[in-house]
Design a protein around this ligand. Structure first.
Ligand code: UD1
Length: 356
């Protein structure tokens, strides 16, 4: 089975590729490399010991996408390509609509022409907006509070309409909570462009000495320690979720499902856990609440468990340890000249994969 992964060179995409390749599926990655590096794909090959295809193409190029779908005889598409910075989406909303909404329309159009009707789409828990109850299940009201979240919601609606118009479509909509961590090899991980906006990449850069201190946005939330609570999910667990969904969408329909742990951890808990596993102190100071942040957000993952048999298995400590290994081995992300053969040597699992 040939799977096309849009955005496959990115943080989540590279981990999804590892999951697919290790499951014996074939992969063609489509990525415009706007926010990712081809090095990640080379590293995916090192981890899996298997080759796959890569085409540097923008999903808005309908003609090129159609050609790829036909040439590689793609059976399903995992669609992760898109812009994802909340703050930037407030400043440049049309760029977000253009990339995310129009990009998906163009992709769907190409899929229709090539008669590929299986699509797994990466949505976000941000579609829920401010929680009216917790944990958040899939029936919760959808009221995103920023343009980025609205692009995700509009795409979800669009895909539901698509299925209503043609019952042959097989669609999975995945609402991610807060992905963090990295592959256990330390070969692939998150390589943020500029100053990281998300908590874990930022505090990892503080721990390694690239940034002076973490600013914790808000210490007076109605939570046990006053800091915000989120559902941090290990990116490898998240990637495994895609594989389960791919198996599920062998039947027509639309499956909308949360991918989260069901566990909430506060910002301070994450800081303490990171300090414990890295052995490095993380300097921080408290600052005003960040506009648009909610106090508490975590998933009800029951639907994923019942329909897919999937649940996250990795702990917060493991997530921090894996993130730290990635940070330590790649202080400058993919820009560095880290010798990955060392990592392959250090991980017997990788070595046996590589020689398979
Ligand atoms: C953010 C996005 C969300 C997106 C998600 C995953 C916002 C408002 N929301 O979610 O749409 O789906 O990332 O990419 O940006 N924190 C600090 N200091 C920091 C960074 C974060 O204290 O330097 C705190 C935040 O206030 C929050 C928690 O850490 O309480 C998690 O923040 P973050 O990693 O940005 O994720 P979300 O805000 O949940």
């Amino acid at each position: 089975m040939m799977i096309m992964v849009t955005g496959g060179a990115g943080y989540i995409g590279s981990h999804v590729c590892v999951a697919l390749l290790n499951a014996g599926l074939d992969v063609v990655v489509v990525d415009n490399l706007a926010n990712s590096k081809e090095t990640s794909l080379r590293r995916v090959r090192s981890i899996c010991g298997r080759s796959f295809y890569f085409r540097q193409v923008d999903i808005r190029d309908e003609h090129a996408i159609c050609e790829i779908l036909r040439t590689y005889e793609v059976t399903a598409v995992i669609h992760l390509a898109g812009l994802k910075a909340v703050g930037e989406s407030n400043v440049r909303p049309m760029t977000y609509y253009e990339n995310n909404v129009f990009g998906t329309m163009s992709l769907v159009s190409a899929m229709k022409s090539a008669k590929v009707k299986t699509l797994v789409f990466s949505s976000s828990a941000t579609v829920y907006g401010i929680p009216t109850y917790l944990p958040l299940d899939e029936d919760h009201l959808l009221r995103p509070t920023n343009p980025y979240g609205r692009t995700k919601l509009f795409i979800e609606e669009m895909l539901n309409d698509l299925y209503r118009s043609d019952g042959d479509w097989r669609i999975g909509i995945l609402r991610y909570f807060n992905p963090a961590g990295a592959h256990e090899s330390g070969l692939i991980g998150e390589d943020p462009l500029g100053v990281p906006g998300n908590l874990v990449p930022f505090l990892a850069q503080v721990a390694i000495g690239k940034r002076e201190k973490l600013r914790i946005w808000g210490k007076d939330y109605e939570t046990p320690d006053g800091t915000g609570i989120r559902d941090f999910i290990h990116v490898v667990d998240l990637a495994a979720g895609h594989l389960s969904v791919l198996r599920y969408v062998e039947r027509p329909g639309v499956l909308t499902v949360n991918l989260g742990t069901g566990r909430g951890n506060s910002v301070l808990e994450v800081v303490r856990t990171f300090e414990a596993v890295s052995g490095k102190p993380v300097a921080y100071e408290f600052a005003e609440r960040r506009a648009g942040d909610v106090a508490v957000c975590y998933a009800d993952p029951t639907h994923a468990k019942e329909t897919l048999g999937w649940r996250s298995t990795r702990s917060l400590a493991q997530m921090c340890a894996d993130h730290w290994r990635w940070q330590l081995q790649n202080p400058n992300g993919y820009e560095g000249n880290y010798d990955e053969t060392e990592a392959v040597r250090a991980f017997p699992a990788l070595r046996s994969n590589a020689s398979a």
